[in-house]
Design a protein around this ligand. Sequence first.
Ligand SMILES: C[S@@+](CC[C@H](N)C(=O)[O-])C[C@H]1O[C@@H](n2cnc3c(N)ncnc32)[C@H](O)[C@@H]1O
Length: 267
Amino acid sequence: MGKKKEAKAFDKHYYYEKAVQNPSHEVEFLAKEYKRLRKRKAVSLREDFGGTGFLSCEWVMDAKSNTAVAIDLDDDPIEYGKKKHYARLSANEQKRMNYIKGNVLDENNPSADIICAFNFSYFIFKKRTALLNYFRSVRKKMGPESVFFLDLFGGPESQTLMEEETEHESFSYYWDCQKFNPLTNECTFAIHFKDAQGKKHKNAFVYHWRLWSMPELRDLLIEAGFSQTIAYWEEDDEDDEGGNGTFYPSEEEENCESWVTYIAALP
Ligand SMILES: C[S@@+](CC[C@H](N)C(=O)[O-])C[C@H]1O[C@@H](n2cnc3c(N)ncnc32)[C@H](O)[C@@H]1O
């Protein structure tokens, strides 16, 4: 027999990015919406709660003048992102992309055309005052033409204790609502994976959040000093019951079991 094969360490960021993130799609949405709102191209991006900075790297690859900063408290995703994404950028692209290891609340964080907080990361602010404080700190950094984008999810299923499996080519992804308190909207969600060898990795990521609603968020943004907010909704896919990945501004929609969408806030 040959050498014993060494068990490959489970790479939770690899599976997370495959299952959860679609940065090229997000870059397209941000660029298109910014252009529609400001009648010019967005150049600078500040990615709050940036994790591995996958989106920021994609942003600098999208146009020669684009610049990005990804801000995260945790060394672990930053180091992973540097090896996996930043290392693959050209020398010129690398000059236009920076990781900041720090707090999104830090008043020295830079301004940008677009500031975004994606994958619901700001749900960690469970108290109204804490979220308001974050929105105020973003508002302070907005230039007259900046736009702040957030994503959020909802629908009755998002408040129901259930584990949803999504099968990918070589692995499975599980989104698990483990706790939902209807009196506070505090909740626990976890991500599990079943890897290509069929081994399940439970609680690869666990989030203790408050599930904020669209009207609460829009009210808070106005209270934080933004002058206008835009709610988006996803177009239906004609072939199945899901969305087709295109989002449009809207003020009234029929609820569905579960949805993910965006808000834009203007200074
Ligand atoms: C749900 S992950 C999102 C990562 C990435 N934005 C994405 O789209 O997948 C949340 C990230 O926020 C970071 N984080 C939590 N609190 C933070 C804070 N106050 N300032 C900066 N980063 C923070 C965590 O370290 C974690 O990497």
